[in-house]
Design a protein around this ligand. Structure first.
Ligand SMILES: CC(C)(COP(=O)(O)OP(=O)(O)OC[C@H]1O[C@@H](n2cnc3c(N)ncnc32)[C@H](O)[C@@H]1OP(=O)(O)O)[C@@H](O)C(=O)NCCC(=O)NCCS
Length: 267
């Protein structure tokens, strides 16, 4: 039904109640974590996108009318309603999640924003002013530090959402966008910039690693490569893999995030 609606999307409007019901059901499945916009194929290890779920989200923007809501003195005007399901989730005032985002039990949202189609795994902390963009997939026991910007992707078709895998740490004010992938147990230093095409270099070996990916169980920061351009030599950012960790290892100076989770200091 989503495919059929997609074919005639140009003619859809909020007056089309039947289509709205179909799309709402699809978003509800995302909201409950039954469907996911993207996941990792256990055989190929590639990120696989569920285009149908993503189409459902795009259709919602055609079908849902702008609706006014308010909380106390605050008024909002949006197409998607706010998320209503927070089973087992800690939601600090000021945190906002839209309908169609999934928050696993045990996740904590400090005042932050989680957009439609995003998935936030169990035990994950979305810290103050962090934003999780549409369809971004965040694993379990991840710490997205204050001000982190995880990019969203709804279009074009085939674009891969950002994936942050289990046990990753993303340092304050980092930016992870455009289908970049933070693999299991990777730790990004404060202010790291990772796009889908960012060069990745191993500081120990000098080796070029796959672009746009923080390797598993590693500590990475943004560094600059000197590059010759017609206009001169300029430093362009790259992801420098400072060191590798043993699987399951957390760097000493990032242990505090475990304390946050175990004892709720940040809560
Ligand atoms: C990346 C990080 C974990 C590295 O810590 P570390 O292993 O102790 O390594 P060091 O601090 O000795 O740094 C190693 C080198 O990387 C550089 N570096 C460290 N952090 C960096 C960063 N965020 N960006 C760029 N370079 C960085 C250091 O200057 C140092 O270079 P030097 O050897 O020339 O002096 C740490 O610096 C960091 O950024 N932690 C995240 C903090 C944060 O965001 N907390 C969230 C709030 S709770």
């Amino acid at each position: 039904m989503i495919d059929e609606l997609w074919e005639r999307r140009a003619g859809l409007s909020p007056a089309d109640e039947k289509a709205t019901l179909v799309v709402t059901e699809a978003l509800d499945r995302l909201d409950r974590g039954v469907d996911r916009v993207a996941g990792i194929d256990p055989v190929t290890d590639a990120v696989v996108v569920d285009e149908r779920s993503r189409r459902a989200i795009l259709l919602a923007f055609r079908l849902y009318a702008l609706t006014e809501t308010h909380a106390g003195p605050f008024h909002f005007r949006d197409r998607l309603p706010l998320k209503q399901r927070f089973d087992g989730v800690r939601l600090v005032p000021g945190a906002i999640a839209r309908f169609g985002a999934y928050l696993a039990p045990g996740s904590v949202l400090m005042p932050s924003f989680v957009n439609v189609g995003a998935y936030v795994g169990a035990g994950t902390m979305v810290d103050t002013w962090a934003t999780v963009g549409s369809c971004a997939q965040i694993g379990a026991r991840v710490h997205l530090s204050g001000g982190v910007g995880i990019g969203g992707v709804l279009e074009p078709e085939g674009a891969v959402p950002v994936v942050v895998e289990d046990d990753a740490f993303v340092g304050s004010r980092s930016i992870v966008v455009e289908g970049a992938r933070v693999r299991t147990g990777a730790n990004l230093g404060a202010g790291t910039l990772l796009t889908g095409t960012t060069r990745v270099v191993d500081a120990t070996t000098g080796e070029d690693l796959p672009r746009g990916e923080a390797p598993p169980w590693s500590v990475c920061v943004t560094a600059y490569r000197q590059q010759q351009f017609p206009g001169g030599v300029f430093g362009t950012p790259c992801l420098l893999v400072l060191r590798r960790l043993a699987p399951g290892e957390t760097p000493d100076n990032l242990r505090i995030s475990e304390l946050f989770r175990e004892h709720g200091y940040a809560l």
